[in-house]
Every structure is written in C-alpha cells, then in structure tokens.
Design a protein around this ligand. Sequence first.
Ligand code: ATP
Length: 320
Amino acid sequence: VKKIAVLTSGGDSQGMNAALRAVVRSGLYHGLEVYGIQRGYQGLLNNEINKMDLRSVGDIIQRGGTVLQSARCPEFMKLEGQQRGAEILNQHGIDGLVVIGGDGSYQGANKLSKLGIKTMGLPGTIDNDISFTDYTIGFDTAVGVVVDAVNKLRDTMSSHARSSIVEVMGRHCGDIALHAGLASGAETILVPEVPYDMGEIADRMKENFEKGKRHSIVIVAEGVGRGEDVAHALKERHASIDARVTVLGHIQRGGAPTPFDRNLASRLGDFAVRSLIQGESDKGCGIINGELVLTDIDKVVNTKKDFDMDMYELALRLSQ
Ligand code: ATP
C-alpha cells in the first residue's frame, strides 16, 4: 500500500482520536500518504476526504469524541453503496483503509475488502463487545465514568440508607456493568449474559439492610431492562426497598480517555498500519494477554464475546 485512509464510524468512543493520531503518524513515519475521511462511510460516499499531515492530528490525544466525526450510513449496507465507496477510494488512489468502530463498521470494512480495498478494523466502542480483543478502545474510560458516578451516589445513599440503581450501557454485552460493578463494590450486577431472579435479589438486599448495610448498589446493563423497571420490581417484592434510579446514558461516552485507552489506541493504530504495509487485509486488530493479534473480520463479527463468569461471581462474593 502507498496511500491509506482512516475513518471513524458508528458510536463514538474515547480514544478514537488517539487511534486516529497513531494511524496518521505511523503511516507518515512509514512513508505512506494518509487521508482522513469525515463522518464515517457517509463521508466516504460524499467524498469528504482530506490529506492529513503530522499537524492535523496535533493536540487530540487527550480528547474524547472523534475529530473526524462519526455517522451511521444506511446506504453503505447495500452493495451499490459499497461499490461506490470502493470507486471513490480508487479515484483517490487509496488502496488501504483503517476503520475505527464497532461490529457494524467492521462489516463495512469486510465488504470493501471484497471489492479490492485492503482494510483493517480497530475496535472503537465503549461496550467491549468485540471478540478477539481483551479490550476495546474507550471501554476503560467508560468504566471510569461509571465508577466515578457510583462514588458520588454512595455519599448521598449512605446518608439516607438507600439503594441506588445505576443503569449503564451494554445492550448485548455486560462488560461495563461487570467491570464497573466490581470496581465500585456493587451488591448486584444485572447483565444480559446471566439470568437472574428478581425475588432473590430483593430478599438479599432486604437481609443485608437488616444486617446493617448502609447502602446498596445495583448496576443494570441496559440490555437487561430499564433501571426504573428494576426499582419497581424490587419495591413490589419488599415495600421497604427505596431505590433511586440514575441513568448514566451518553455521559459514559464522554471525557478524556484514560492513559490505558490512549496507549491501547496508540498501539493498535500503529499495528493496523504496519499490518497493511505487510499486505494483510480484512482483519480486526486486537490485544490478547498483552499481545497484538490479527483476526479475520468474518470471524470477529461472527463470534460472541466470552463473558467472564469468574469475575462476575467474585463481584458478588465480595459484596456481602
Ligand atoms: P457501535 O458498536 O458503537 O454501535 P457500530 O460500528 O457497530 O458501532 P453500526 O451503526 O452498527 O455501529 O455501524 C456503523 C456503520 O457501518 C453503519 O451505519 C453502516 O454504514 C456500516 N455497516 C453496518 N453494518 C454493515 C454491513 N452489514 N455491511 C456494510 N456496512 C455496514
């Protein structure tokens, strides 16, 4: 490859900018021309493509969001859109593309690779729902946001001996709930991967309060249901459970990326560029046990991420 492009797509995440910076600077370091595509696949179809230099990615390593902006692009789901995208890249002489995004964005990259463009996927999503990588870019920061919020809730809850229900992101993957739950000492963690019995949970909360527990935190991944519904179900079982609900929403996507996310993004961004130079294509980049790994995108998008049951059980054991 001689000319590569990079885009950010789907939901934004903290650390996308750090990944972009790494792709641009590593590409330039290796003598490539590097182009930035605005607004994901939509920007590609609109020909919003600009040449990047070292300075175009200055002062962004610490910023959340994505300076390239992101978008959803229904047109790109169709073969016609994909063919037009490949054509536009060909017109610019761009033969490699790094896509920073989630599962859907990976599938777009997979389609482009079948049309002759060499592609690499970087896992940019707070949900940690991409297989063949221990962590996605943005996950660590999002977990930090949740833990910080729970710290604040604890102050007010202990003063009133109340329960707090915190609804966090994660439609299919409970990793934010799990990691934030263990780190914040949550008593109950509800995730899509593990079935639960609301009656048992309510009984346990009541017992713990009777034993002198001053606060209790329930973390609910949005894929399980709404925090309000959980509060209602608990109160139905035991009227004494007075739970307040906090929905963290998009706050979880904001803020400066943690050092962990910046370093992950920097390593993966550079790895994607080096892999393209070595002739690799249609691969997702990840990190497993500290090692950088490439996996076929097909395999990445068709494999469900493992849920860490040991960690889940530990969180419950420690929260008595
Ligand atoms: P997040 O995990 O944050 O939702 P995502 O990358 O999974 O991010 P999607 O909205 O699923 O977000 O996908 C982003 C874009 O990728 C879509 O708007 C579309 O342009 C493209 N895309 C998604 N699925 C496909 C597909 N099967 N084929 C081609 N392009 C796709």
